[in-house]
Design a protein around this ligand. Structure first.
Ligand code: NAD
Length: 498
């Protein structure tokens, strides 16, 4: 088995940063360098204001010593991509793989341009053998393309072994997911060299993860398993959301449906909370990636089946905003609407694909005055997201960012809760004196109706969102079963991501 003394991770994002911080933490004898093209991102990783919010992240990156925090001595963040690649025995490729916006497969296929650029750079710089690990979520077959790149442009005396090791962490619970994952998946070829490389990677994880949870499979299975996992998780969310519409039409209660069907061990309780729909950078793009793969493999029925998961999600988002409008006499002109929660789920500051963005944009289009608050999403971040969709002038005219939820809610005609932050459901907010809330409508789910009836229900309800495992995408919340005109209690959506 090759000895690993030095690791490089290309891409210091939501996956590369936390994953390598945990690997460095658990393998103190190995130097781990996370590199990125973005100077700002690297500067933030090297500061006390990390670029992403993730519970427990600071403790993994820093080493408490004499009361003051000091960086781990074997974890580095740098923009010296070439230097870190040259020194490494093992390289994680953890760059972004967004949906293509132009060209063949635009709107569905994953763009692996960043993966390819990283591979080219590795091929150009390497003078010693490397184990290359695909950490990014990629279309099935990418490992083969990477091999082609190394064969075409690298020094022929250097050996590259390509492995697949997809990441299943969910934002908001990333550190817990990394510390005790359900499984580590490693895909490789079956040559002796490939199996030895897979063994070296497995050893890194075995520093803290029981061997039986480290699963080795063929490389195509590994690439496809990651997509399959996200598709199945997204499908559950769309399934319960489609049932929420049936509940509204019949008088059934979607929380009761979730509880009742979730007790069936074949179904299970996680990811069954109705909401405004999933968000996050992964679910939609990964489902669309699978749709595109099915299309190119001439499997149109398969493509249609999975595409409907995304279609229901879009429909659910529109349906929610439509109900806000109809609850307020079909006009929002000059009405103040308080929006609490902008992140795509709780415990993250990430707004990528957050349903909040589309919802607020529709409120702006209705000429509402929108007052926003989120505990972790910054003013700059949300204004950037909204400006991209609506233009500077419109955002300036219609949107105010508030530093606390009470200011956002003051004299609002409606209160729209879009992220299931604990502070919105447990704390003071819903006990604000009636004076402040006045005739405000709170657009959120009923407070756990099932819990009122079944003594075991409240723990079941909370475990849905807390243990919703890896890769969930969040569902900014809403219980579509609650009449929007009622004043209701805490939302408890089942958010998560990828
Ligand atoms: P991200 O956008 O947060 O981070 C990617 C980083 O890679 C960026 O900082 C970018 O500047 C950098 N980068 C791009 N090309 C580079 C290059 N050639 N050299 C150096 N740096 C480069 O993305 P992310 O959320 O961390 O996701 C990364 C991958 O992991 C994606 O494929 C995603 O699908 C997958 N994934 C994400 C999650 C999640 O929860 N975000 C979970 C599991 C898997």
């Amino acid at each position: 088995t090759p000895t690993i003394n030095n690791i490089c991770c290309v891409g210091a994002g939501y996956v590369g940063g936390p994953t390598c911080a945990v690997i460095a933490n658990k393998n103190p004898h190995i130097d781990v360098t996370v590199v990125d093209l973005s100077q700002a991102r690297i500067d933030a990783w090297n500061s006390s204001h990390l670029p992403i919010y993730e519970p427990g992240l600071q403790d993994v990156v820093e080493l408490p010593r004499d009361g003051s925090d000091v960086r781990r001595p074997n974890l580095f963040f740098s923009t010296d991509v070439r230097g870190a690649i040259a020194r490494a025995d093992l390289i994680f490729i953890s760059v972004n793989t967004p949906t293509k916006t132009v060209g063949v497969g635009a709107g569905r296929a994953s763009d692996i341009a960043y993966v390819e650029a990283a591979a080219r750079q590795i091929a150009e710089v390497s003078t010693t053998d490397k184990i290359i690990v695909e950490k990014s979520t990629v279309p099935c077959g990418t490992a083969q393309s990477l091999r082609g790149i190394f064969e075409a442009i690298a020094d022929p005396s250097v050996h590259f072994e390509v492995l697949s090791n997809p990441e299943f962490l969910a934002e908001g619970t990333a550190i817990n997911d990394l510390l005790s994952p359900d499984r580590i998946l490693i895909g490789s070829e079956t040559t002796d060299e490939a199996l030895r490389a897979a063994c070296a990677l497995a050893d890194l994880y075995a520093a803290w993860i029981p061997r039986e949870r480290i699963v080795t499979v063929n490389i195509w299975s590994s690439e496809l398993a990651k997509l399959a996992a996200n598709c199945l998780l997204a499908q559950r969310i769309s399934s319960i959301n489609s049932l929420s519409a049936l509940c509204e039409a019949t008088g059934a209660n979607v929380d009761e449906i979730s509880y009742a069907v979730g007790l069936d061990v074949r179904i299970g309780s996680k990811f069954l909370k109705a909401s405004i729909g999933f968000g996050g950078s992964c679910f939609k793009k990964d489902v669309l990636n699978l749709v595109y793969m099915a299309e190119t493999l001439h499997l149109p029925e398969v493509a249609r089946y999975w595409k409907s998961v995304v279609d229901i999600n879009d429909w659910q988002k529109d349906r929610f905003t439509g109900r806000i409008v109809s609850a307020l006499n079909n006009t929002l002109a000059d009405k103040k609407i308080a929006v609490l929660g902008l992140a795509y789920k709780r415990n993250t500051g990430d707004t990528r694909e957050s349903p909040a963005i589309g919802c607020i944009s529709q409120l702006i289009a209705e000429n509402a005055n929108v007052a926003l608050y989120d505990p972790k999403v910054t003013n700059t971040q949300i204004l950037r997201d909204l400006t991209l969709e609506n233009g500077h002038e419109s955002v300036n005219r219609h949107v105010t960012y508030c530093e606390d939820p009470y200011t956002a809610c003051e004299n609002a005609a409606a209160l729209v809760i879009l992220t299931e932050w604990d502070e919105f459901k447990t704390d003071k907010l819903l006990h604000v004196p009636p004076l402040n809330l006045g005739r405000t409508h709170i657009l959120a789910p009923e407070p756990e109706p099932v819990a009122e009836r079944a003594s075991t229900a409240s723990s079941v309800a909370s475990s849905q969102s807390e243990t919703a495992s890896n890769d969930e995408v969040p569902q900014p919340n809403e219980d579509a079963g609650t009449p929007l005109t009622s004043v209701a209690g805490s939302p408890e959506p089942d958010f998560a991501e990828n």
